[in-house]
Design a protein around this ligand. Structure first.
Ligand SMILES: NC(=O)c1ccc[n+]([C@@H]2O[C@H](COP(=O)([O-])OP(=O)(O)OC[C@H]3O[C@@H](n4cnc5c(N)ncnc54)[C@H](OP(=O)(O)O)[C@@H]3O)[C@@H](O)[C@H]2O)c1
Length: 281
């Protein structure tokens, strides 16, 4: 069975390729797509087939999907460009007659009010319209969104605009292992709402404090204030506003999911926040 992973050069995609190999998929049955030549070379060293493909290049996509049985479309990182890019992937997958198109989405994509969810909802709709057998892997936030900020938390505490909302974050490695598992199931569910044990940003601050053995506070701000803080920390204004908007969605519970779907695919509980923070230290 030939399995194609798009975005394989990214953080999540590299974990997916590794998980497929760990699960015993022969390397010559895995095709890894991306643009970055250095990271493609690293993937080729694992024995998988690599193809340099831009989502804008319909011909290259068609060539990469020739003979493919199943495709994992990892959502693109160019926010605002993603729907036409994803549509090209869907069209190529349809033309190649793949038997499953898996797509990494966002929790509750069809109802979420988070601005980032709009392209995911539109992509899901396009996949449904294609008629392709599909599975939507609706990943909640990466734990790395938080664990990568340990030094900032130690210096300034945690700031956010999420109130008491809880986020079902999980590590990229866990989401990737789940994606690999879904790709290998004979008949994956059409929708998986995926996330780990949920925590509020106040609980995040408390857990960071435990791990660092110091007092770490959570400061809840209005979204426009949070945007200013993030801009002050060096983020571009548009991106800062997108993150603040996502925090409001977190506050509304839109990044909360039950841990059951992720546990079902992993066959174990997801890595906890505390363990991920300790590993990041
Ligand atoms: N759940 C979350 O917390 C969260 C956070 C951030 C992002 N995301 C979403 O999850 C996706 C995967 O996360 P990640 O951490 O692996 O992101 P990442 O490291 O930025 O990887 C993005 C991947 O998409 C590929 N890509 C982007 N634009 C492309 C294009 N025009 N044509 C072909 N390939 C393209 C990149 O290829 P090259 O690097 O080779 O160019 C890379 O392989 C992101 O793209 C984003 O949609 C989710």
């Amino acid at each position: 069975m030939s399995l194609v992973v798009t975005g394989a050069t990214g953080h999540l995609g590299r974990h997916v390729v590794a998980s497929l190999l760990t699960k015993g998929v022969p390397a010559d049955q895995v095709v890894a797509l991306g643009r970055d030549e250095e990271r493609l070379a690293g993937l080729a060293d694992l024995g998988v087939t690599t193809r340099k493909v831009d989502y804008a290049d319909a011909e290259a996509l068609a060539a990469a999907f020739a003979g493919a049985d199943r495709v994992l479309l990892i959502s693109g990182s160019e926010v605002g460009q993603r729907l036409p890019q994803h549509q090209n992937v869907i069209d190529a997958a349809k033309a190649a007659g793949v038997t499953l198109l898996a797509y990494t989405s966002i929790p509750h994509a069809d109802t979420s009010g988070i601005a980032l969810a709009a392209e995911h909802a539109a992509t899901e709709k396009a996949i449904l319209a294609s008629g392709l057998p599909h599975t939507f892997l609706r990943n909640s936030w990466y734990l790395e969104n938080y664990t990568d900020q340990l030094a900032t938390y130690a210096a300034h505490g945690v700031v956010g605009a999420a109130g008491d909302g809880r986020v079902s974050a999980a590590t990229r490695a866990d989401f990737a292992e789940a994606a690999a598992a879904a790709l290998l199931l004979e008949q994956p569910k059409p929708v998986y709402e995926l996330g780990g044990a949920a925590f509020s940003l106040k609980e995040l601050a408390a857990t960071v404090g435990e791990v660092l053995d110091k007092d770490v506070t959570y400061t809840d701000l209005p979204a426009d204030e949070l945007t200013k803080v993030l801009v002050g920390a060096g983020l571009p204004e548009q991106f800062a506003a997108v993150l603040a908007d996502a925090d409001l969605g977190l506050g509304r519970g839109e990044l909360y999911v039950e841990p059951t779907d992720l546990e079902e695919l992993l066959g174990r509980p997801a890595t906890s926040l505390a363990d991920a923070l300790r590993a990041a230290l």
